[in-house]
Design a protein around this ligand. Structure first.
Ligand code: FME
Ligand code: ZN
Ligand code: ZN
Length: 414
């Protein structure tokens, strides 16, 4: 490989070596890293600190026609923590093995993408290319913990208004096959806690209506519903982003003592918590009725609290990025990917949540796309890696995308 690819790989490794894992992400050095990259490339850079110690870095490659809407390339700078003892290599070392696989937390999610944006601009600049539309890069903190102090703040800032964004690209998911996945919407995140109460009693006594029995009734109904969703997934009639996911993430009951729990006391309260993921076109009112009448009926002494995180205006009504919204960007994306010999899968609903929801909430279309194919999806997993060749190919993919999007002008712009 040439020395310029070696340099591009080195810059990825440098970024991976900055520890930005929760709960104490080190955002200072990331800001320095990004500012120095942008400065070296002759790009404008702004540091926003809307929330103290949660820096947002905005980098701009000004277009020739600043009255046109711009392209925003977003990435988050934080990563989830790693259980380093369970990894083959230290997740902070960015170790490259003999096959060129680079191991590190963030290798897929999504420091690779953050550097690829910059590397693509580097390539385009050195070729003499000048964008017609402005290209902005946003580097935001805290995506992994919900983005309340990151992207949520950015989209409601005046600085964001100034960017006049027409289309956004944000993270996708790695694909084990030879195509790239692309997402045009995502499921909403709901948190559900069901609480059962019932008569307490001696551990030896059989009687009706104890809290544990009431909770068990709720769990039975929920697992029936879960199975119906899972079946559609297993038989392949629906994709992961099109079914409701409901998973029990905690159970709480009993009277704790140092050696465990009191064993001869049937508790008067029991709780179960669920992570629920709701596709855009599911009827929200129906689902809430299901919860109220079947999962947590008052007749069974059940109550519930439901928290819908950042509900989307499109929830239950329409897809977050409709076919019309995607014009002309979808076609441009497809052609750009094909130019470097890549293939794009059908646009889908992403199973998990990203900062794209904040972008779509302010009516800006967003694609979830990471140029990672032929690679197992290892986000949040042990041994997260990206092959150097795949990473370098991704830079070419972004060069084509940036070129296609930033040079596009059509009748709707006049
Ligand atoms: C509370 S928003 C959580 C966002 C998170 N995103 C990445 O994994 C997710 O659980 O999907
Ligand atoms: Zn991510
Ligand atoms: Zn993540």
């Amino acid at each position: 490989e040439s020395s310029s690819s070696d340099d591009a790989v080195s810059r990825l490794k440098a970024y991976l070596r900055i520890d930005t894992s929760h709960p104490n992400p080190n955002y200072g050095p990331v800001t320095e890293f990004l500012v120095s990259q942008a400065t070296e490339l002759g790009l404008q850079v702004q540091k926003l600190e809307i929330v103290k110690e949660k820096p947002i870095v905005l980098i701009t490659w000004a277009g020739l026609n600043t009255s046109l809407t711009s392209l925003l390339l977003n990435s988050h700078t934080d990563v989830v923590p790693a259980e380093e003892l369970k990894w083959k290599y230290d997740p902070l070392l960015a170790f490259e093995d003999g096959k060129g696989n680079i191991y590190g937390r963030g290798a897929q999610d999504m420091k690779s993408v953050g550097v690829q944006y910059l590397e693509a601009i580097r390539v385009l600049k050195s070729s003499g290319y000048q964008p017609t539309r402005s290209v902005h890069l946003s580097y935001v903190p805290d995506e992994e913990i919900g983005g309340e102090e990151g992207m949520a703040k950015l989209v409601s800032s005046s600085e964001f208004q100034q960017l006049n964004v027409g289309i956004c690209l944000d993270e996708g998911l790695a694909c084990a096959e030879d195509y790239y996945r692309v997402f045009f919407g995502e499921r909403s995140v709901w948190k559900l806690v069901i609480k059962a109460v019932g008569a307490p009693g001696h551990g030896s006594k059989l009687y009706d209506g104890c809290a544990m029995e009431n909770l068990r009734e709720s769990l039975t109904r929920i697992y029936e519903y879960r199975k119906s969703q899972f079946l559609m997934l297993q038989e392949g009639s629906k994709a992961e982003g099109e079914v409701v996911a409901i998973n029990n993430v905690f159970l709480r009951a009993g009277t704790p003592i140092p050696s465990g729990f009191v064993m001869n006391l049937q508790p008067s309260e029991a709780e179960a918590g669920f992570d629920v993921r709701v596709p855009p076109l599911v009827d929200i009112a129906d689902l809430e009725t299901e919860i109220r009448t079947k999962w947590a009926p008052t007749s069974r002494n059940l109550t519930y609290t439901l928290t819908r995180l950042q509900p989307q205006p499109s929830d239950g009504l329409r897809l977050p990025t409709s076919a019309d919204d995607m014009y002309p960007w979808w076609d441009l994306l497809q052609v750009a990917v094909q130019k470097v010999g890549g293939k794009l899968g059908a646009p889908m609903i992403r199973p998990s949540a990203t900062d794209s929801r904040y972008i779509r909430n302010v009516n800006i279309p967003a694609f979830g796309f990471s140029p990672i194919s032929n690679t197992p999806s290892l986000l949040h997993d042990h041994d997260e890696f990206l092959n150097a060749k795949e990473y370098l190919k991704g830079i070419k993919v972004y060069s084509e995308i940036i070129k296609a999007f930033s040079s596009h002008v059509d009748i709707t712009d006049s």
